[in-house]
Each structure stands twice: as structure tokens, then as C-alpha cells.
Design a binder for this molecule. Structure first.
Ligand SMILES: Cc1ncc(COP(=O)(O)O)c(C=O)c1O
Length: 368
């Protein structure tokens, strides 16, 4: 059976090499496996040019586990976090902070508006108790790209700390720790690095981590404990996701051969361009204007046609070989198509044809 191609922002379509890397079993104590973990961490730090001040702590689980671990470890118990909110993943951060019992302030935005640097600056000026800003880089709920360098500069100017949810941008969009100050950055194995899902990674400022030993109220989520144990033993604290680590090693090898972050960005940009052009030619409208769109995932308005219904659309497109993603907006009816994964522009062209064919079968005539 041929599996459909995932046009979703993780899990995503992986290469045969990456899948093949999971055919071996690894012992968690074994030196060869621990060397793989160490090399993955080294490569992640290098992608951010963060060798001078940061360390990498991998953590079992999905991306949200790592976001929660980063917030619970790097923010002191009496800390207060500003959350610029222009989408679903910012709101998830807010929920996590509530569970963690950390004070938080939400800065609401329209979902079609990038996080506003002036408003962030004003909020920090107005409230000296705010210790941190937690910023989503690419808000995958819509596909909008927030202006991270300007936000980081504003946060640093006010002497506050930055925690970045770079889940769906890391590896594709440039983030350079030499010019962009952050205490923590979170990503995951199954996103733009094109590994399989199962682990998150937090790149944390070493000095912050060293002074964060008493923050976490959870053992499994304590990044200081995970880091110290790894430093001491070379091993993960608890059963590691061995196959996920091996797949990520293979995915990183391919990432480096492809030409690293600039090459990945170029491929995703081309994917995104082909997708949007093809869909607009059919009559679809994008939720975001092109200037705000990250080349990661695109939100399209659902066709305003009585014959359209997402579940059937999804099924018919799947029968043609592609998995789409539902919308994440509460106010308007949308669906999303990812541009990331081990896929190129030809796949996106075929996907647009499959979408057109599925809608024809449904009898949809108005697309936008
Ligand atoms: C920006 C962002 N943050 C957090 C997450 C949460 O990751 P997970 O669903 O792997 O827990 C995602 C997932 O796509 C994401 O895109």
C-alpha cells in the first residue's frame, strides 16, 4: 500500500533514508547510541550559531512537552510572562503557564496581525514585574511569521528574558544566537528538520539553566535534571526514544547535505509559492496576505459553496494521495496545507491537481 503524502506541519513526510534509520534497535546505555544523541545536540546548537552560551537538552514527548518543560524550568516560580497572542500556539503557552502557576499577561492581537513590537515594548515598560516574553516564531495555527529579531531586541533592551517557541520554524528560518538574545528556544524532531515525531529539544542559555535548579515542580519536565544527568552520564535520564533519535540523526545528515537552513528555506519557499499560485489560479483565497506568510503552512478559506464539506473533501483528497490539515480558526471556516517535509514543488503541483479533482467530484463550483 502506498501511503499518502502528508501536507501537514508535523508529523510530515520523511525520506526513505530517515525511515530506514529506524530499522535498528539501540540500547539506551550503549556508547554508540549516546554518541548519536550528543552529535544531534551539537548540530542543533550549530544551526543556531549558539556554541558560545547555549546548551541543548532533548526531552521525550511531543513539542508541547518541551514547551512546558522550558517554561517550567527557565521561568522562576515568582516570574511573570508576557505572551503576545496572535494564534492558537500562543494561547497554548498561556494555558501551560496557568497549569504551572506562573503569572502571565496576554497581549491580544488579531490573527492576521504580526506580534507588535511597539506594544510589546510598551507592555514591558508599563509592568516592571514582567520577567519574560514567550514568543511563538511561526504561528502554525495560521502560518504567520512573527518578527523575531525586532521582538528579541525590544525584550533585551528592557532587560527581560525571551523564550521562543520555534517549533515550526527552526531549521527553515534563520535564527542566529550571535545577534538574537534568548534564554530558551524550543523545537521538535518531526518539524522542519524532517525527522519523525517523538522528542522535543530546548536550546537554553547555560547560565540561566545553571541558576534554574529549583524552578520545576515536575521531575520528568525538569530540564536542569535532564541536562545534569546527560552531562554526567552521556545518557538520557529515562527510556530514550531511540528510533526517533536515530531518525533525527539521519534527517540532520540530509539537512546538512542539502545545504542547511538556507537550502531548506529555499525549497519550502518554492513549495509555498507553487501551492499558493496553484490554489489562487483555482480561485482559492489565502487567509494571510503574502507579506505575512511563512513558507511553512498556508491557511485557505474553505469554498463558500453549499456542496463543500471538509470531511468529504479530506477523504477525496486522501484517496488521491494527499493528507490535508483542518483549519484552527474559530471565527472563519478554513483548511491548511503544509509546505514542509521531504517534498518538493512537483508534489505541491500534484496536490493542487488532486484538490481541484476532489472538488470537481463534490460538485463544488465556487472556490473563493
Ligand atoms: C508553533 C507550535 N508550537 C507548539 C506545537 C506543539 O507541538 P506538538 O503538537 O508536537 O505538541 C506546534 C505543533 O505543530 C507548533 O506548531
Amino acid at each position: 500500500m502506498t501511503h499518502p503524502i502528508l501536507l501537514t506541519p508535523g508529523p510530515l513526510t520523511t525520506s526513505t533514508e530517515t525511515k530506514t534509520a529506524m530499522l535498528s534497535d539501540w540500547g539506551s546505555w550503549d556508547g554508540a547510541f549516546n554518541a548519536i544523541t550528543a552529535s544531534v545536540c551539537r548540530d542543533l546548537i550549530a544551526i543556531l550559531h549558539a556554541e558560545a552560551d547555549h546548551v541543548c537538552i532533548p526531552l521525550q514527548g511531543s513539542g508541547t512537552f518541551a514547551v512546558e518543560a522550558a517554561l517550567g524550568t527557565l521561568v522562576a516560580r515568582n516570574g511573570k510572562v508576557l505572551v503576545p497572542d496572535n494564534g492558537a500556539y500562543a494561547r497554548r503557552i498561556f494555558r501551560i503557564l496557568k497549569y504551572l502557576g506562573r503569572q502571565s499577561v496576554v497581549l491580544p492581537h488579531d490573527e492576521r496581525e504580526v506580534a507588535d513590537v511597539e506594544r510589546i515594548d510598551a507592555a514591558l515598560a508599563a509592568d516592571p514585574d514582567i520577567t519574560h516574553v514567550a514568543q511563538v516564531h511561526c504561528e502554525t495555527g495560521t502560518g504567520i511569521l512573527n518578527p523575531l529579531p525586532a521582538i528579541a531586541a525590544a525584550v533585551a533592551n528592557r532587560g527581560r528574558r525571551l523564550i521562543i517557541d520555534a517549533m515550526s520554524s527552526f531549521g527553515a528560518i534563520d535564527i542566529d544566537a550571535r545577534s538574537l538574545a534568548f534564554d530558551g528556544l524550543i523545537t521538535a524532531s518531526g518539524k522542519c528538520l524532517e525527522g519523525v515525531p517523538g522528542m522535543g529539544m530546548v536550546i537554553a542559555r547555560r547560565a540561566t539553566l545553571e541558576s534554574s535548579a529549583d524552578n520545576s515542580a515536575s521531575l520528568v519536565m525538569d530540564l536542569v535534571d535532564q541536562w545534569q544527568y546527560m552531562q554526567k552520564s552521556g545518557q538520557w535520564r529515562f527510556t530514550p526514544p531511540t528510533h526517533v533519535v536515530a531518525a533525527l540523526r539521519a534527517a540532520l545528515d540530509q539537512f546538512l547535505v542539502e545545504g542547511g537552513q538556507p537550502a531548506r528555506l529555499a525549497r519550502y519557499t518554492e513549495n509555498c509559492h507553487v501551492l499558493i499560485e496553484g490554489m489562487r489560479a483555482l480561485g482559492f483565497k489565502t487567509f494571510l496576505p503574502s507579506a505575512l506568510q511563512a513558507p511553512i503552512i498556508v491557511t485557505f478559506y474553505s469554498p463558500p459553496d453549499p456542496s463543500y464539506e471538509f470531511a468529504q473533501f479530506y477523504r477525496l483528497v486522501k484517496e488521491r494521495g494527499f493528507i490535508l490539515y483542518p483549519g484552527k480558526l474559530t471565527t472563519v471556516d478554513t483548511f491548511r496545507v503544509g509546505c514542509i517535509g521531504a517534498i518538493g514543488p512537483d508534489i505541491l503541483r500534484q496536490a493542487v491537481d488532486a484538490i481541484a479533482d476532489a472538488l470537481r467530484q463534490m460538485g463544488v463550483r465556487r472556490y473563493g
